[in-house]
Design a protein around this ligand. Structure first.
Ligand code: HEC
Length: 100
């Protein structure tokens, strides 16, 4: 039973469905916004998969994707919060200091 459930979960992950995706700093406003605004069209990409510069580029592209699909684009504050969150955990982010 447990094994079957684990396998189903792995399969869902492969298919891109949300199987409780483990985001870093999951309670932060950035993570919250990322979940609510960015998970509607595709799975949430782990912040550590892209560099800070790549996240900035992707957000610009997502503006266009959202406009094209009639989804309300991120406002400036939302954009800032999401971008800072993604960049703080990006692949070229400085390793967290101390006991955060
Ligand atoms: C309105 C639907 C929609 C929303 C909302 C959306 N995306 Fe996307 N996203 C897409 C589509 C469609 C693609 C694939 C086409 C492309 O890459 O240009 C994509 C691709 C991506 C990719 C590239 C994946 C790859 O393998 O190249 C990233 C990263 C991404 N989105 C991040 C985000 C982030 C961050 C947000 C929230 C700010 C977001 N998306 C919100 C539609 C959306």
């Amino acid at each position: 039973m447990g094994r079957v459930a684990r396998r189903a979960c792995a399969l869902l992950l492969v298919l891109g469905a949300a199987c409780a995706p483990a985001l870093p700093d999951p309670e932060s406003p950035g993570a919250e916004l990322y979940r609510t605004r960015c998970g509607g069209c595709h799975r949430l990409y782990a912040p550590a998969t892209l560099t800070a510069a790549m996240w900035e580029m992707q957000l610009e592209r997502m503006d266009r994707e959202m406009a094209r699909r009639g989804v309300r684009p991120l406002d400036t504050a939302e954009r800032d919060t999401v971008l800072r969150y993604l960049q703080a955990h990006g692949s070229d982010a400085a390793p967290p200091e101390g006991d955060s």
